[in-house]
Design a protein around this ligand. Structure first.
Ligand code: PLP
Ligand code: SF4
Length: 274
């Protein structure tokens, strides 16, 4: 963050402002209707062939636009709840990928993570393990040697989906952490949210894609904001996002242009917009 700049794009992502108390029609507590996809505590099955396991509700930072911002933050799964979630997962032969989400799964320590991955490895139908995490970016020291060894030694194909919205989030320590993850054999992808006042212009997004690929990360998704209560000041129009992505295409190789997507409640996959 640039000190003394109230409009800094990194500060804006985490600073609560009075705009959050504005009531806007259509902005609700659970915009993706995730309650309907809950199969066991901490287990969501909303996407075809993929299951979302949320071992903890905690994150290292609280992004003000997060669509899960109204979730209970202290909802770490205890042993019993985890066993119930895994039993349910074991019953579903169609699921071949488990996505650890949250919260942020890297809020677990290496020992807890090793235990969880070990249990998941026992489910024969699973072939891929995905981690959705912001920690390598907001706390690069979390990428320990122990974590890398764990990811290197699992039988799973490992995909790490980061969440970076602005090139300024990637400093030297982040580059080093991403390098370690890549050396451990993880495929690195990034998802961003298209956020008013943070990255809703072609220059910011082009710089982000370039900073990502320089660290071995492919820009994967650019999400439209989910209409969560308290985040309406981050909203942009689809027309604006489409026009920015069109201009990105004119500047960058195709693999550096993220897919612009929207998530519709109840849908089994994202809706591609561009
Ligand atoms: C889209 C999404 C997924 C599933 O990702 P795919 O890459 O489309 O399989 C999982 N978790 C969250 C929070 C998502 O937004
Ligand atoms: S790190 Fe992810 S889950 Fe946590 S608050 Fe930010 S967007 Fe939400």
């Amino acid at each position: 963050m640039r000190q003394g700049d109230p409009c800094d794009p990194l500060l804006r992502q985490v600073l609560p402002t009075h705009h959050e108390s504005l009531q806007q029609p259509g902005f609700v507590a659970d915009p993706l209707d995730e309650r309907a996809a809950r199969r066991a505590p901490g287990l969501l099955e909303k996407y075809a062939r993929r299951a979302l396991l949320m071992p903890t509700g905690a994150c290292a930072i609280h992004c003000r636009y997060c669509f899960r911002r109204h979730r209970p933050v202290d909802a770490a799964l205890d042993r019993q709840a985890r066993a119930a979630a895994l039993a349910r997962l074991a019953d579903d032969e169609t699921v071949d990928e488990v996505i650890l989400s949250g919260g942020d799964p890297l809020m677990l320590d290496d020992g807890q993570l090793a235990e969880l991955i070990g249990e998941l490895e026992g489910l024969k139908q699973l072939s891929r393990l995905r981690l959705h995490t912001r920690l390598p970016v907001v706390l690069p020291s979390r990428v320990t040697q122990g974590l890398c060894t764990l990811l290197e030694s699992t039988r799973f194909t490992v995909v790490v989906v980061l969440h970076v919205n602005h090139a300024h989030e990637i400093d030297r320590s982040v580059v080093a952490a991403l390098d370690d993850l890549r050396r451990a054999g993880a495929l690195l992808l990034n998802q961003s949210v298209f956020l008013a006042g943070v990255n809703d212009d072609v220059t910011a997004l082009a710089a982000l894609s370039q900073a990502l690929v320089a660290s071995g990360v492919i820009p994967y998704y650019l999400h439209m904001l989910d209409p969560v209560e308290g985040a309406s000041h981050f909203a942009t129009s689809t027309a604006c996002a489409l026009s920015v992505v069109e201009r990105l295409r004119a500047r960058l190789p195709g693999y550096l242009v993220p897919r612009l997507v929207r998530e519709d409640p109840g849908a089994q996959h994202k809706t591609a917009l561009a």
